[in-house]
Design a protein around this ligand. Structure first.
Ligand code: NAI
Ligand code: 13P
Length: 341
């Protein structure tokens, strides 16, 4: 069945999602702010700022008018950076009322420590809300690389709708009802991708990278479970799946920032050279404060904070991490998990 869908945010991920929706025969409007880019997409069918080498589906319509973008849509995806999320939806409160709205944004709001789904519920209380997250590098999706994602929502109908509009021969969509865990996982893994990029730049070996990724998973799930997430979510695509891709691929912007830091560049230079959003930089500061407040042990977050914010030498921080307390390998036991049910 052909659906009317809007995508807000014409950067890498919004473009990739809009393109799949068109590929699947849906009527799609993509909202972005840049008039020239919108014209180019409509006439040349290429997003020349983000994907100059990949043709877009010719049916994709770009618009710079957000009201027009969402007017007839029953389903709306939001793919703006977390810093711009509230400002994007606030003026559309009336138009978005009662619709199915899915955030693809992997970040946390400064000051409030709110996730995007929580902002949606606050700004548009009548909306049905979901979150899309998983190992989903936009460029690989544009290249039609075989990919899987997770749609998380308490609303079963929304989960089914999103599965049906996005599923195709190169894109699989799994469901999860732990929206909080899925969304928090997507935000947290960006921090560890920065650490992994630094390790890469420092020439560290496979043992080291494996230790980093595994201890990152332990640390992020400890934090998320403490905040109310389901620990099982972290063994899925939106947990360990997204952590692996972002910590291993040089396509990850967070990984690229880490690489630049590991090569001795300043954070400012690293972000400027990137020219795209690396959410992990803001998330680091917010998670460090929150972990200190609620007393969750996060040595990798603390170590990265020492390097990025306190400007401590990487070698000194690595040494103190290696000499730190050696806790248990796996935090959760089956008995404990069963007791939670
Ligand atoms: N690129 C990727 O592979 C994936 C990205 N994401 C998430 O999607 C979100 C968006 O990321 P990308 O599309 O990759 O970023 P991007 O940097 O490629 O594009 C961001 C877009 O948002 C626009 N934007 C910036 N400030 C804005 C504002 N104040 N109002 C409206 N629009 C604004 C930019 O002009 C740009 O079009 C992030 O939270 C990211 O973590 C999720 C999955 C994969
Ligand atoms: O979330 C992503 C892949 O799943 C993209 O990661 P980056 O934002 O680091 O590019």
């Amino acid at each position: 069945m052909k659906r009317i869908v809007a995508v807000l945010g014409g950067g890498s991920f919004g473009t990739a999602i809009a393109n799949i929706l068109c590929h699947n025969g849906h009527q799609v409007k993509l909202w972005l702010r840049d008039h020239q880019l919108a014209d180019h997409i409509n006439h040349q069918h290429v997003n020349n700022r983000y994907f100059p080498d990949y043709p877009l589906h010719p049916a994709l319509i770009a618009t710079t008018d957000p009201v027009q973008a969402v007017a007839d849509a029953e389903l709306v995806f939001i793919a703006t950076p977390s810093k711009a999320f509230r400002a994007t939806i606030h003026p559309l409160q009336q138009q978005l009322a009662g619709k199915c709205i899915v955030s693809t944004t992997k970040g946390i709001e400064a000051d409030s420590f709110m996730l995007m789904s929580q902002i949606l519920q606050q700004e548009i209380p009548t909306a049905k809300v979901g979150v899309l997250s998983g190992p989903n590098l936009a460029k690989e999706i544009m290249a039609k690389g075989l990919t899987a994602t997770v749609i998380a929502s308490a609303d079963n109908e929304l989960r089914q709708l999103v599965q049906s509009v996005l599923h195709c021969d190169y894109f699989r969509v799994y469901g999860n009802d732990d929206m909080f865990g899925v969304e928090l996982g997507g935000a947290l893994k960006n921090i560890y991708a920065i650490v992994a990029g630094m390790a890469e730049a420092m020439g560290m070996g496979a043992n080291t990278k494996s230790m980093l990724i595994t201890r990152a998973l332990a640390e992020m799930s400890r934090f998320a479970v403490n905040m109310g997430a389901n620990p099982m979510t972290f063994i899925g695509l939106a947990g360990v799946g997204d952590l692996i891709v972002t910590c291993m691929s040089p396509l990850s912007r967070n990984f690229q920032v880490g690489m630049a830091l590991g090569q001795g560049k300043s954070l400012e230079d690293a972000e400027a050279a990137l020219g795209q959003i690396a959410e992990g930089v803001n998330t680091l500061q917010l998670v460090k404060d929150q972990a200190d407040q609620i007393g969750v042990y996060m040595p990798l977050v603390s170590g990265l904070y020492e390097v990025v914010v306190m400007k401590q030498p990487v070698e000194k921080v690595v040494r103190s991490l290696m000499l730190g307390e050696q806790k248990t390998d796996v935090d959760f036991s089956v008995t404990e998990l069963l007791a939670r049910q």
